[in-house]
Design a protein around this ligand. Sequence first.
Ligand SMILES: [Zn+2]
Length: 215
Amino acid sequence: MTIMKVENDYSGTFSCPLCKQKSRFYAHQLLYSRSHTSFYSVDCNACAKHSLWKEFIQHHNGTFKVKLIDPITSSAPSPAEDMPEDVRKDFLEASLVSIYSSKAAAALLRLSLQKLCKHLGQPGKNINEDIRALAKEEGFSQRLVKAADTVRIIGNNAVHPGEMNDEDIDDVCHGLFQLVNLIVSTAITEPKKWNDLYDKAPESKRLAAEKQDAS
Ligand SMILES: [Zn+2]
């Protein structure tokens, strides 16, 4: 976030890491060490709780960028409701490390996708082959193939030198979490919902329709 100094006060609006609300804050400079690093205790106007931030870029217009130091929390989206347990574990780990490294998060999301392919009926050994097989399946739309390829390619290139620069990975990282969630909700949650609804239709009528389709 960005803090602005007005006379001796530091204030602005931010997304509070504790109450998750958009709110005004008031900051107090805590330390200006020999390494020319400032830390700020930031009070949220909405929840009255404090968070600790470190200054890392000063702009000429009197504003400066700060990074959250405490509490350790991530702005990454929460995992989709029906995300399988082993996929969710990697997804949450990616969320935690994304605070410090988008590269590490992208690589972990690729791993979570590889495990997800297994839940979608693929061997789970070679992620590219799994996605190519899913692309041939009815019900796995081109949109999902694109989402899966994006996570696969960026997750791979993020950890290979010279393929992508750090800033680009920072920019797309949040979107990769959303893509994994999209695949879970479209390939797992939606079909489950449709099946549940179908099962609520009178059984005799369903069986008659299925018999007609089969003939
Ligand atoms: Zn708050």
